[in-house]
Design a binder for this molecule. Sequence first.
Ligand code: KG4
Ligand code: ZN
Length: 345
Amino acid sequence: MTLVLGIESSCDETAAALVTDKREILAEVVASQEVEHSPYGGVVPEIAARAHAERLAPLVERVLKDSGKTLADCNAIAATAGPGLIGGVMVGLVTAKALAMASDTPLMAINHLEGHALSPRLADEALDFPYALLLVSGGHCQILRVDGVGRYKRLATTIDDALGEAFDKTAKILGLGYPGGPAVERLAREGDPQAVPLPRPLVNSKEPHFSFAGLKSAVLRAYEAGEHTEADIAASFQQAALDCIIDRTRRALSAMEPVSALVVAGGVAANQVIRTGLEGLAGEFGLPFTAPPLPLCTDNAAMIAWAGLERVNAGYAPDPLDLKARPRWPLDPEAEPARGAGVKA
Ligand code: KG4
Ligand code: ZN
């Protein structure tokens, strides 16, 4: 049995998990920093880094204890080494390096986006490469072709805001607090998705990318006009966002070489309306659709441990202890920068 300890600290969740190559999560904990950041309506990097530093070591101790394992039982220690808020990433990476050095265990530095990209395979044994991946989180909105572990081709990205960011900003405008995605989804259930006319940026555009900044501004204008209920605005926003995603993903699937499945991952993949819409789209192309279970969508350490396992099994060498944390770290370094390039890492 191969056993990997995973550590995640790139944003506002401090997490540790132990995962086996049999796809078992032996133990996992995710400590959210919601309480710390909610007064500010978003993640404050300095507060996040301090909270990770206080919590991480006890969390690692807990997952080892809960599973009755020791570091000596681990074949590797996998930690997010970027992209993300650099203070938090450094806390996780330095902790992993110290544990690796003390226990003489190999270190696997993981790209957080690769954690999301491979997470569907942790839950779904049948999911084979290559697959089309819509990666939608707080910092990213990309369509990738996943050809194998470490082999990603980016077909589309956002030229401005990420999708999760658009959900969070909409929540802020509507006074729903932070984090916004789940709150917008809840309120949207009570609203009419057709009530508020909102733009669908780049829909039917020849270029492959996403854009959400104009949608967010339109939400603000609709709110300030005071003619619609908050539930109608939330529902109409979610519908507009879904229409954009479906249009852009349809375009990418039409342009892509054949794939085995359509997959969605990242925090926004927790959204049921988006999951259902994508499932319908996969059906149009005769493809199976896979989305990880909800706890694997938002940031967690099981996906980081799993990415570590996949890298070990694919023959990637361990990383050196002087490896640097990377605030920016694209999955496909060869992808052309998108127009506008206001792209978040
Ligand atoms: O992957 P993630 O946990 O962190 C990043 O790597 O960014 O994604 C967090 C993002 C946030 O923007 C959050 O509002 C969004 O995912 N999110 C959702 C839902 N749950 C989380 N967005 C829409 N609907 C949801 N149910
Ligand atoms: Zn994430």
